[in-house]
Design a protein around this ligand. Structure first.
Ligand code: AN7
Length: 356
């Protein structure tokens, strides 16, 4: 469309992507997100370096945009006029924005009352038809699969293979930035598309000879929605991290393959530990991610405490979504603002109390 070719994700990694040369790329200049060293989570005494891949800096505030640019580009180039997804929030926000950009209509099916405010605002603002159901993401998923077979709409959940192709570009960027693959990669797992996409990306760069190693993949889940830890789907998933409130992951087999081939593992964290990790990142690192993203920091902190990670390791954590997506959870867990009368004495009193 309008951005210069080298800034467009699909152009930069075109040789790794199944996008025809003549397709009009639907882009919002996604990708190329910061890889920030976490100085309080890293452990210099054991030479452990931790980096955060800040995917909340994508155009709609989550990693979903990488997949959506490819999925919507392909939907439009194949002649589709409408897309549909089930979502815990971020997919719907991204689908709504890219549909708007590409001149398609979007239908999004969301669990009533269980998506974060910012995500709902995005889907509504971009003009998607928002369909709320009294049911969770997994129920929504089975409904949209039915729709894709019975009405002329293209499904853009991560069962759409173009989504994973777009999302794998984050692994390319990490290798391009570090000059090597990390030793460990921690990331949140919900529907399990992203862990599958990263593994695909790391594997393709290895096969192309860009690197010789691939990282150990550690998939992080919330205890109330941890099918990979239980070994089977969970009927009533529940967690404060609503983005990963998913009991029946669609990319189960691919995620298991990533875990097995990388000799990785899955790790669960309680909601309390997730919120603590979110706060640690915000207060000590200056990075505001949403609760679902913080699950991988909670998982990493626990692994560092039990010393499963060897000295000298380089670790990347994917922070999948921006903290502004879910202002309610942030405000509820933070100290409330003090209210004082509008004069210097009162304000000075608060400051002196704090710094003394
Ligand atoms: C912030 O938006 O599934 O394991 O419908 O929003 O690839 O599903 C969101 C998932 C992690 C999990 N972090 O990624 C949706 C949806 C954030 C997310 C995940 C999601 P997958």
């Amino acid at each position: 469309m309008s951005a210069p070719a080298e800034t467009v994700l699909v152009e930069r990694y075109r040789s790794f992507l199944p996008v025809p040369n003549d397709a009009d790329i639907v882009t919002l200049d996604e990708g190329d997100t910061p890889l920030v060293r976490l100085h309080t989570v890293s452990d210099p005494s054991r030479s452990i370096e931790v980096y955060a891949k800040c995917e909340g800096l994508n155009p709609t505030g989550s990693f979903k945009d990488r997949g959506m640019t490819v999925a919507v580009t392909m939907a439009a180039s194949e002649g589709s006029h409408a897309i549909i997804c089930a979502s815990t929030g971020n997919t719907s926000a991204s689908a709504a924005a890219y549909a708007a950009r590409g001149g398609l209509s979007a239908f999004v099916v969301i669990p009533e009352g269980k998506i974060a405010l910012g995500k709902l605002a995005q889907a509504m603002m971009h003009g998607a038809r928002v369909i709320q159901i009294e049911g969770n993401f997994d129920t929504g998923m089975s409904i949209v699969k039915d729709m894709a077979e019975t009405v002329p709409v293209t499904l853009v959940n991560s069962v759409n293979p173009y989504r994973l192709h777009g999302q794998k570009t984050a692994a390319f960027e990490i290798i391009d930035a570090l000059g090597r693959a990390p030793d460990y990669h921690f990331l949140p797992v919900g529907n399990a598309g992203n862990i599958s996409a990263y593994w695909m990306g790391y594997t393709e760069y290895r096969d192309a000879g860009v690197v010789s190693e691939r990282p150990v993949m550690v998939g992080c889940q919330a205890s109330g929605a941890a099918p990979f830890l239980r070994g089977h789907p969970v009927d009533e998933p529940e967690t404060i991290a609503t983005a990963i409130r998913i009991g029946c992951p669609q990319s189960w087999a691919l995620a298991n393959q990533a875990q097995e081939e990388s000799r990785g593992w899955f790790r669960e964290s309680s909601d309390e530990d997730i919120l603590t990790a979110q706060k640690v990142l915000a207060e000590r690192e200056g990075i505001f991610c949403e609760p679902a993203s913080a699950v991988c920091i909670a998982g990493l902190i626990a692994e560092l405490e039990c010393r499963t990670i060897p000295s000298g390791a380089t670790i990347v954590c994917t922070l999948t979504g921006h903290g502004l997506k879910d202002p309610d959870t942030a405000i509820a867990q933070s100290p409330q603002p003090v209210k004082v009368s509008p004069d210097p004495t009162a304000v000075r009193g608060v400051i002196l109390e704090e710094i003394n």
